[in-house]
Ligand binder design. Structure first.
Ligand code: CMC
Length: 433
């Protein structure tokens, strides 16, 4: 097959360059602009990375026009139906589905790492009780770098695998403890007998004084939500982990940077913002249309949270799956409060999807639009929603970091810029300014 190229002609000088076109397994062909600067002296300009592939990856594929999401080639719908979160973690990290024996060994390994160093518990008491749990999680995960640094060789695949196991295993413990700390409740230790999702619910809601059995319906829904959030190719937080990891930084510190990025309401923080928005709509007594009009008003900073996506220009496939679980969970719910949130979300979706503003801009519900409704029904407090997202996304971050570290050709990430500041000028002594 002949190699595809594109030719870029500099209209002012007539000089030209042939650039290779890299062919993906799926998705748009990608122009390799690496020789451009040396050959013609140009940078490319793409703030927000709208047309830029920041790396090559074999992990996750998404097609924003068709609403496709695949992990290692497997459609998200099939994984949601048949897989478990830990099996999905194995798939994302190792690149293939495990055999039954491999999965058992993997689960055992994860169970061996769920405890955190006792000294780490003291970090929690340094935080105010009303600190946001994302701030606590970011701090505690960053602090893991102090516990695992000297003896870790990030260039050794085995050491990287241990980091991955530690992070997958410890995240639920760290996450649940940030909630327990805020509530002044004793920290519950992880239990190997429980599934990943059950153990998280146990560490969140059990008390040492009484037996606790996690609700199987909630554990199943949580496991599914974790699968749906596990990876999403080069999103802002994943790109952050790759960029900080590219300097050969400690991986726990790089993941803490990913948590910081995820926290923002334009990214993972949207799940919390959605519920705040739905509650405000319900409490205000104002019609939903009032909020839709506000979202369209360019002089108002209000946006419909849980709507729109940089890549998906159609219904987010994850939102479709979560929307269905919402019904499954709430059908057996008697608490009208949760049902009311779901009703408002569905009405809001219907009004927005029939509005030309949202239609013309291809704005559809994203993964965060319905996930919060399920979390509320589970009794998860609002400020823990993004923490759950971080817990789920950890496998994506660490798989992407491992992929980058395994690539011998990896270089430090170092974007350039279009400088539009002052031209050279002479320093003016203070007395003459
Ligand atoms: N409500 C109202 N208008 C919107 C919204 C919204 N939620 N999202 C985008 N728009 C408009 C935006 O004003 C712009 O209009 P115009 O062309 O007239 O200027 C147009 O749609 C394109 O928006 P953009 O901001 O240029 O798009 P982006 O790709 O830079 O941003 C986004 C994507 C997800 C940040 C944005 O849609 C948004 O802020 N959504 C609400 C927050 C949210 O739900 N975030 C979760 C994303 S999915 C999970 C995750 O990534 O973690």
């Amino acid at each position: 097959m002949t190699k595809k190229t594109v030719t870029l002609i500099d209209d002012s000088t007539g000089r030209e360059i042939k650039l290779d076109v890299l062919e993906p397994t799926a998705g748009p062909p990608t122009i390799d602009v690496r020789p451009l600067y040396k050959a013609l002296g140009y940078f490319t300009y793409d703030p927000g990375y709208v047309s830029t592939a920041s790396c090559a990856s074999t992990i996750t594929y998404m097609d924003g026009e068709q609403g496709v999401l695949q992990y290692r080639g497997y459609p998200i719908e099939q994984l949601a139906e048949h897989s478990s979160y830990l099996e999905t973690c194995y798939l994302l990290y190792y690149g293939r589905l495990p055999t039954a024996a491999e999965l058992d060994t993997f689960i055992d390994t994860i169970n061996q790492h769920t405890m955190v160093h006792e000294a780490l518990k003291r970090f929690y008491s340094g935080f105010r009780r009303d600190a946001h749990p994302m701030a606590i999680m970011m701090g505690v995960v960053g602090a893991l770098s102090a516990f695992y640094h000297e003896h870790m060789n990030i260039h050794d695949p085995h050491d990287r695998e241990i980091v991955a196991h530690q992070l997958i295993a410890k995240m639920p413990t760290i996450a649940a403890w940030s909630y327990r700390y805020a509530k002044g409740l004793p920290f519950m230790y992880p239990r190997a007998k429980l599934s990943y999702a059950e153990d998280f619910l146990h560490m969140m809601f059990a008390n040492p004084t009484a037996p606790y059995t996690p609700d199987p319906k909630f554990a199943k829904a949580l496991d599914l939500i974790l699968i749906l959030h596990a990876d999403h190719e080069q999103n802002a937080s994943t790109s952050t982990v790759r960029l900080s990891g590219s300097s050969e930084a400690n991986p726990f510190a790089a993941v803490a940077a990913g948590i910081a990025t995820l926290w923002g309401p334009a990214h993972g923080g949207a799940n919390e913002a959605v519920i705040r928005m739905l509650q405000e709509i319900n409490e205000s007594g104002k019609p939903i249309e009032h909020y839709v009009e506000r979202a369209k008003d360019k002089n108002d900073r209000f946006r419909l949270m849980g709507f729109g996506h940089r890549v998906y220009k159609t219904y987010d496939p994850r939102a479709r799956i979560i929307r269905k679980i919402c019904h499954d969970i709430l059908d057996s719910e008697t608490d009208g409060e949760h049902q009311k949130l779901l009703d408002t979300a569905m009405k809001l979706e219907e009004i927005a999807l029939n509005d030309p503003y949202f239609q013309q801009r291809n704005l559809y519900p994203n993964v965060d639009f319905y996930s919060g409704v399920i979390f509320v029904a589970m009794g998860i407090p609002l400020n823990m929603f993004t923490v759950l997202f971080a817990m789920a996304r950890t496998i994506g971050w660490i798989s992407q970091w491992n992929e980058m570290m395994s690539d011998e050709k990896s270089r430090i990430g170092r974007p350039r810029q279009l400088y539009v500041g002052e031209a050279t000028r002479d320093y003016v002594p203070i007395s003459q300014r």
